[in-house]
Design a protein around this ligand. Structure first.
Ligand code: IVH
Length: 678
């Protein structure tokens, strides 16, 4: 055995050499030594680290083989949310995108873009502090991700230590974002192996990559040849870059792999041409792509454009045309949603559509079936566009032989224990079961509450909720919080361990946020975005209840909340049964927390602005977005809640009324100063 001193010195050299060779091989595809030589160096490193475990470092290439299994993944908040993208499905959508940007920026100048292949893998974020990788996260729900640091450390093309770019600094902290993926050939080899071992096969490379990344045992991840392309950062303003082009170049200099097909496009026509060029190459690429991401290149324009609730305004995903296949529609089943809507679902002979087996497709409602003239027994055309749910495009009438049967909506609720007559309100497309006690609806509503779109109680999916309701243990939400471990353990397929884990998850869900809680209730027309708006306008559940009492007036004052959502919210909270349920939940200790105090730190958090007249240096939309981004609210009409009236040119009658109400009046210059100084 060498002396500790000798080992220490040798380890430094080995790590540097191995990191360099890994970079040359996995990132640059230009190895300097043979695989055999690399293996020898790696073996030497492993042996030395085994002999002197205290000399191991976090950036050691030995981490690439994985480490001890974790009990579970920890959830961490992203410093900057990981947003998703809006889609464009054709050239016109891309031109509209440019026009929208120009309107928002109030400019006619040509915009330039970065166009990057949209890899079909998994978005991750890797945090580096002082050049060293300190944490790796999944995208999660966009706001919170799971720490998969050990797993990401096994990916050879992810540097554990950043390279020093010539003439530029290494940032003190950087959140690198990109896509983890599995090449098509690696996916096929992996499945062949699994078939030999009698293990279940992965449906496509994306699922295989996801399954590999979500391993608590990183030695399993290490055996999967995952790869990574970097495409962005959490906070671009912290970098020495003025454009997306420069960001990609900088990330390359820091040691990341950048997709060579990313292209700077000086205008939207070049962007569209690149989209067609990529589509033509698609089938010859070694990895799967499902479209092209178009990003406004100039970072200062990105900054001005900002974000909407879920996606940035400055980027869009241009999707490749859908993959299609034909199959037979063998039957129709009717499923009951949480609000009682009865949805016809086509049962199909399983068919492979663009790499995914499809055996069901929603037909939405009665009108849709009539419009498409679908019949049971028809040959039908199915399509899937990327991550979009499969749909039935049309029947192929030439294939009919007269045995096909037309489709009728049922007259009674298909749930055997309900059978209530169904209703179709005129003017609405949905057919509904109006029975609030319909067991099928209750199961759906409750599994919405516990599911991903609700409180996300791990271990309690639709199946478990169904079991709990069938056993009579749970009838409504509050019953969940009375459950004991024994109750759960007694259910079919449950054990003590899963029962205890789930009970902890149920208990933890009491500390939920207000927005999540509102979304979990499953109020009609109140999805995640509306729930967020409600939560940030009312600081507690009691306030929201009070505001919804008997009228929609206060709800409608919130910018972004429409008539339907307001009416539905009012009706929901005025239902005595709902009030009783919420009261029970409060007694059980469920007190949703208002949105983070963060919002109070935001400069305009207590300001409500109303705009009148036209502004000259930016569009009304940009002005509104800027106010919201700084925590302020935008009103749509004059009321006592308004704190500032911003007057552009030709301000009308609002000005006089506002003066009478004593509201602060700002002209465009004063408004520009206000948002600039904050
Ligand atoms: S930019 C805020 N660039 O697409 C900007 N995303 O809906 C959002 N994706 O799952 C991300 N390739 O992982 C960006 N070159 C690329 C991308 C890319 C693939 C994925 C991303 C996420 C989805 C965004």
């Amino acid at each position: 055995m060498p002396s500790r001193e000798t080992a220490k010195e040798r380890l430094v050299t080995l790590r540097e050499e191995l990191n360099l060779h890994a970079h040359r091989y996995y990132v640059q595809d230009a190895p300097l030594i043979s695989d055999g030589e690399y293996d020898l160096l790696f073996q030497e490193l492993l042996t030395l680290e085994e002999q002197f475990p205290e000399l191991q470092t976090p950036d050691s290439p030995s981490r690439r083989v994985g480490g001890a299994p974790l009990p579970q993944f920890e959830t961490v908040e992203h410093r900057f949310p990981m947003l998703s993208l809006e889609n464009a499905f054709n050239d016109d959508h891309l031109r509209d995108f440019e026009a929208r940007l120009q309107r928002f920026l109030k400019t006619q100048t040509t915009l330039s873009f970065m166009a990057e292949p949209k890899l079909d893998g998994l978005a991750v974020e890797i945090i580096y502090e002082q050049g060293l990788m300190t944490m790796g996260l999944t995208r999660g729900d966009g706001k919170h991700g799971e720490t998969i640091t050990n797993n990401l450390q096994t990916i050879a093309s992810i540097p554990s230590k950043l390279c020093q770019p010539a003439g530029k600094p290494i940032p003190a902290r950087i959140e690198v974002r990109g896509e983890v993926f599995l090449a098509i050939q690696s996916f096929q080899e992996l499945n062949e192996n699994r078939q030999r071992e009698g293990e279940p096969l992965f449906a496509n490379p994306r699922n295989a990559a996801a399954g590999s990344l979500r391993q608590l045992d990183s030695t399993i991840t290490a055996q999967r040849p995952l790869d990574f392309f970097a495409y962005g950062v959490g906070d671009p303003t912290a970098l020495p870059c003025a454009s997306q082009t420069e960001i990609l170049q900088y990330l390359g200099e820091l040691g990341f792999k950048i997709n060579p097909l990313a292209k700077y496009c000086p205008d939207i026509s070049t962007t569209i041409a690149h989209f067609h060029a990529l589509a033509a190459q698609r089938d010859n690429l070694p990895y799967e792509i499902d479209g092209m991401v178009v990003k406004v290149d100039d970072l200062s324009l990105q900054q001005r454009l900002g974000n909407k609730a879920r996606s940035p305004r400055w980027a869009i995903a241009a999707k490749f045309p859908a993959s299609q296949a034909t199959t037979r529609l063998t039957d129709i089943i009717f499923s009951i949603g949480r609000t009682g809507a009865v949805t016809p679902v086509a049962v199909l002979e399983p068919v492979n559509v663009g790499g995914v087996m499809v055996s069901r497709a929603t037909l939405h409602n009665e009108d849709e079936i009539k419009r498409k003239d679908l019949r049971v027994g028809d040959t039908v055309l199915i399509q899937r566009a990327g991550d979009v749910i499969p749909e039935v495009v049309k029947p192929i009438p030439e294939n009919r032989d007269g045995t096909e049967k037309t489709i009728q909506m049922p007259e009674h609720c298909p749930e055997p224990e309900c059978r209530h007559p169904l209703l179709r309100v005129s003017g609405e497309s949905a057919t509904r079961c109006p029975n609030p006690h319909c067991p099928a609806q209750r199961v759906r509503a409750l599994s919405h509450f516990t599911g991903k779109a609700g409180l996300d109680i791990e271990g309690l999916g639709a199946k478990g909720v169904g079991q709990l309701m069938a056993s009579g243990l749970v009838k409504d939400i509050p019953d969940l919080y009375h459950l004991q471990a024994d109750d759960l353990a007694a259910l079919d397929g449950w054990g003590n361990k899963s029962a205890e884990k789930t009970l902890i998850a149920i208990n933890n869900s009491k500390k939920t946020g207000l927005a999540k809680f509102i979304a979990a209730l499953g109020i009609r027309y109140v999805g995640e975005v509306t729930a967020d708006l409600l939560a940030s306008s009312f600081s507690s559940l009691e306030q929201l209840l009070a505001a919804s009492k008997d009228s929609t007036d206060l709800l409608l004052e919130i910018e972004g909340i429409g008539e339907q959502a307001a009416a539905s919210t009012r009706d929901y909270f005025n239902d005595p049964a709902v009030q009783e349920m919420l009261h029970q939940l409060t007694l059980l200790g469920l007190t949703p927390l208002p949105p983070t105090q963060e919002s109070e730190k935001q400069p305009l958090h207590d300001k409500v602005m109303l705009f009148t007249g036209s502004l000259t240096s930016f569009s009304r939309n940009e002005a509104k977005a800027r106010v919201k981004a700084m925590g302020g609210q935008v009103a749509s009409s004059l009321s006592k809640k308004v704190t500032h009236l911003v007057c552009g040119e030709k301000a009308g009658s609002k000005l006089k009324k506002a003066q009478a109400l004593g509201i602060t009046i700002l002209n465009e210059e004063e408004f520009t100063d206000l948002i600039a100084t904050h």
